[in-house]
Design a protein around this ligand. Structure first.
Ligand SMILES: [Zn+2]
Length: 466
């Protein structure tokens, strides 16, 4: 049955997510009622614009939107019948956004459907995810499911399949392109699915890559890339919007005269001219970089070390996925990079480069690549934030990236990414200040998604055990 009465205000963002496909679907229903009003009184509020924690505020939510954020000495109108939350001594953050996830890929190998892990994101305070390369029909169905179940799901923004060389590296989610002339017809098709992002993949060379950027920009699309054949220098010069994974920078700052002997990647001098020039170019053009440190530590370089392999977060995912992770690691040849010490040094270099990008003024996104091995949906965002702070970002900068930058990369900054009147009521309420210690982002009392107040413990109960 169609039931859109209570989601009229939400429908604006619905169009942004999956557009006509969803709104004309007879399966579009809201499973939960949006409460009439919620008021959080007396909480500190993180403002990502100024990167500061504002003194106690009262946040008034009506339906799924924030209607006011007022200081103690300002007059505030409390709606009659509102649910009141005592926010004194607590800290409100905009809902986190994970800029790099897979809502279908990997899960399908583990015989799972994307909806099964969505409550994990919300339980961890991740109220939106950017899906980054899936089979488009399946990804759209997951996004529809998420939209119909705001009480247990983050918002899901979809992406193109991986636009790749022919044959594509991932045959199930890649689309091979050999000629730039093919690009307009492919984008015509993809735009019917109202994707948020177009992703170029490793087998694509410069002629096709440049055609995707040029044609995509003509259509107002956001173009990101996991690079391989197309160099970072060329992609940045051609106007790419974002680079996925720190690899997409690191692999292009190794001078040609460096000897490729064991462990060389962990000994690179990042003050070399090639690196300095690329970092400066990224900063000057404001090209986003989404380092996804979690997947490099947890899957590619250090999946075998106890603090990663036995991380308590890993126990939160269904057994099917947990059992599949070692199979997938073996299939993909992980860990990569030789001896453990070499691998540790290489990861340290990835963090050093991330810090260097931040200090140079390159805008960073925060993504995890969950649910790749040992990247737990939602909870790996907290790991990623910790690793960004270890890399040299102040906690406020890491949080700004995870909220405002990620919202901007989705072209949703009008609706998401900060706690401001007029935006969607996606808020997490913490019991400790994350600017004092970034690990405090885990101390979540409530998650509010579209004005719905959710308890993390209850959300975790919705995740299948097996
Ligand atoms: Zn990925």
């Amino acid at each position: 049955m169609i039931s859109t009465v209570r989601c009229t205000t939400a429908s604006r963002i619905v169009w942004g997510i999956v557009g006509v496909v969803v709104l004309t679907s007879p399966t579009t229903t809201w499973a939960a009622e949006t409460p009439s009003a919620v008021v959080i009184e007396g909480c500190s509020v993180f403002d990502p614009e100024s990167s500061t924690m504002l003194t106690p505020r009262t946040i008034v939510i009506r339906g799924d939107k924030i209607v006011s954020v007022t200081a103690a000495d300002e007059k505030v109108e409390i709606p009659e019948g509102a649910t009141r939350i005592d926010g004194r001594g607590k800290f409100a953050l905009p809902g986190l956004i994970d800029a790099h996830t897979h809502s279908v890929h990997v899960l399908d190998y583990a015989r799972m459907t994307g909806d099964e892990v969505l409550p994990l994101y919300l339980a961890a305070g991740v109220t939106s995810i950017r899906s980054t390369g899936e089979e488009i029909v399946a990804a759209t169905l997951v996004a529809r499911w998420a939209m119909a179940h705001p009480e247990s799901s983050p918002r899901v923004f979809t992406c193109s399949p991986l636009l790749d060389g022919d044959p594509p590296i991932h045959r199930d989610i890649g689309r091979g392109i050999t000629d730039p002339a093919q690009v307009p017809a492919i984008l015509d098709d993809l735009q019917r699915w109202n994707i948020s992002t177009v992703k170029i993949y490793a087998g694509t060379g410069r002629p096709v890559g440049k055609a995707i950027i040029d044609e995509g920009h003509r259509r107002g699309l956001f173009i990101t890339a996991h690079l391989g054949n197309y160099s970072a220098q060329h992609a940045v010069e051609d106007g790419i919007d974002c680079l996925e994974h720190i690899w997409s920078v690191y692999n292009y700052v190794i001078p040609g005269d460096v000897k490729r002997e064991p462990g060389y990647r962990g000994r690179l001098d990042l003050s070399n001219p090639l690196c300095e020039a690329l970092v400066a170019d990224l900063a000057q053009r404001k090209t986003y970089v989404d380092p996804t440190l979690a997947v490099f530590r947890n899957m590619i370089l250090l999946p075998d070390v106890p603090e990663v392999k036995d991380h308590p977060d890993n126990a939160l995912v269904p057994k099917r996925l947990r059992d599949f992770w070692p199979v997938y690691l073996k299939r993909t040849g992980c860990p990569q990079g030789g001896a453990l010490e070499d691998r540790r040094r290489e990861f340290a270099k990835f963090q050093e480069l991330t810090g260097k990008l931040y200090k140079a003024g390159v805008p960073l996104l925060v993504g995890t690549d969950s649910p790749e091995p040992q990247c737990v949906p939602g909870f790996s965002m907290h790991q990623e934030l910790e690793m960004l702070v270890e890399s040299g970002l102040p906690p406020a900068a890491a949080l700004k990236a995870a909220t405002l930058h990620n919202a901007a990369a989705l072209k949703q900054q009008e609706y998401l990414g900060s706690i401001q009147a007029g935006k969607y009521a996606d808020i997490i309420l913490l019991t400790a200040n994350p600017l004092d210690d970034i690990r405090n982002t885990r101390k979540i009392e409530n998650v509010i998604r579209s004005g719905l107040v959710c308890q993390p413990a209850e959300l975790l109960k919705r995740v299948p055990k097996e």
